[in-house]
Design a protein around this ligand. Structure first.
Ligand code: NAD
Ligand code: ZN
Length: 378
């Protein structure tokens, strides 16, 4: 079969690889019909994630049709249409039972963290879903079955595997409530969708920050938010604090590490640089009000353990963070999309054949061709 494989920094290639087979009785094989590229995949191709071998199949936002089930799979059968969440969860352990499925104790033998598809040996070593077929372990739990009579097209539902659900969880986990002022750092797929959900939760003011003009314009046009280009401000943190008269109730970091410099190099700039490394996070620490909350959704690896805590401690700021437990929210996300209450589809700017994955990665990474979200069709 064909699959998108990691071949080194900024180098992905579609290659002919061996198709997956059932390994354990609760596995299933899914024939993928749509599979999206995520901002988290950019961390992979920037070389920010350790233990990612060459030829590794990447991708973790898949949707498809069940091809084959193992003998212990009782909830699904061949022909079912399914969305596969990016995290792999057993459904049995303490974390799965307490709605922190992204920290499942059983799916990752490699360490004290959960497991994700297509995200290195460190995150469980499960091949990814930018491919014609994928193996899904713990299939009874690690999947959402799309109702048989559903006519909602792939492009609207594929975002439930990660981007849309992560955005919803970000707002939920941050505790956004009626009347809040919310700042969303980043207007990529996750940030743009988080802006929609901030309104849905009753925010009275939503401000979006980025430096890519077409993305800021998209935010303004589709989400009716105020926008700020951080490159046009001397100090984005204090600018946002002024705009919000003392800081926002909630700041959501939908940026994460950008791979341009190490945290230590960033700290050595005296935190003056506005973008770079953890620029969004440092700005967030200034832009949040006293006693407010920063939700860190952007991904940071262990290289970022040198996080500057001063502002956060002195101002009683709450921190919330982690990998979104997607599985928990999938039924509600399906309800929002299928009822038309939320249409996440405006962020999909490119639908490409799997063969054109290399180009998809290039335009998504370099922010060219007005790219916001790429969906690949195996
Ligand atoms: P993306 O790369 O398309 O979006 C990031 C956006 O941030 C870009 O538009 C970029 O121009 C902007 N940006 C860069 N530096 C900035 C700064 N200093 N201030 C404000 N904006 C800045 O990626 P995405 O798909 O939207 O994902 C966003 C982040 O969320 C990534 O780090 C991704 O890994 C992470 N993520 C986390 C989870 C989770 O479960 N926590 C799930 C999915 C994605
Ligand atoms: Zn993702």
């Amino acid at each position: 079969m064909k699959a998108v494989t990691y071949q080194g920094i900024k180098n992905v290639q579609v290659k002919e690889v061996e198709a997956p087979t059932i390994v354990k009785p609760d596995d299933m094989i899914v024939k993928l019909t749509s599979t999206a590229i995520c901002g988290s995949d950019l961390h992979l191709i920037h070389g920010m994630i350790p233990n990612l071998p060459t030829n590794y199949i990447i991708g973790h936002e898949p949707l498809g049709i069940v091809e084959e089930v193992g003998s212990a799979v009782s909830k699904l059968k061949k022909g079912d249409r399914v969305i596969i969440p990016f995290n792999i969860s057993c459904g049995e352990c303490y974390y799965c039972k307490n709605h922190l499925e992204s920290q499942c104790d059983n799916s990752n033998a490699n360490g004290d963290m959960g497991a994700y598809f297509g995200y290195s040996e460190t995150t469980g070593g499960y091949p990814g879903g930018q491919a014609e077929y994928m193996r899904v372990p713990y299939a009874n739990f690690t999947s959402f079955k799309i109702p048989e009579d559903s006519e909602v097209e792939d492009e609207k539902l594929v975002l439930i595997a990660d981007a849309m659900t992560t955005a919803f969880w970000s707002v939920d986990n941050a505790g956004v409530k009626e009347g809040d002022t919310v700042i969303v750092m980043g207007c990529g797929p996750v940030g743009l969708l988080a802006q929609k959900f901030a309104w849905l939760k009753g925010a009275k003011r939503v401000i979006a920050v980025d430096y890519i003009d077409y993305r800021l314009e998209h935010a303004h046009k589709h989400n009716k938010v105020e926008t700020v280009n951080f490159e046009k401000e001397d100090n984005i943190g204090s600018h946002l604090k002024e705009m919000t008269k003392g800081g926002a109730d909630i700041v959501i970091d939908c940026v994460g590490m950008d791979g341009k410099m190490t945290p230590m190099e960033f700290l050595a700039t005296g935190l003056k640089l506005q973008g770079g490394a953890m620029g969004a996070l440092v700005a967030a620490a200034q832009a949040v009000r006293k006693g407010g909350t920063i939700q860190i959704t952007g991904v940071y690896g262990t290289r970022y353990n040198a996080f500057p805590l001063g502002d956060i401690f002195q101002r009683n700021v709450n921190l919330r963070t982690g990998q979104a437990p997607v599985i928990h929210y999938m039924p509600h996300m399906y309800e929002l999309v299928s009822s038309g209450k939320v249409d996440p589809g405006d962020i999909i700017t490119h639908v490409l054949p799997l063969d054109e994955a290399k180009r998809g990665y290039e335009i998504f990474d370099t922010k060219t061709d007005n790219c916001i979200k790429v969906v690949l069709k195996p």
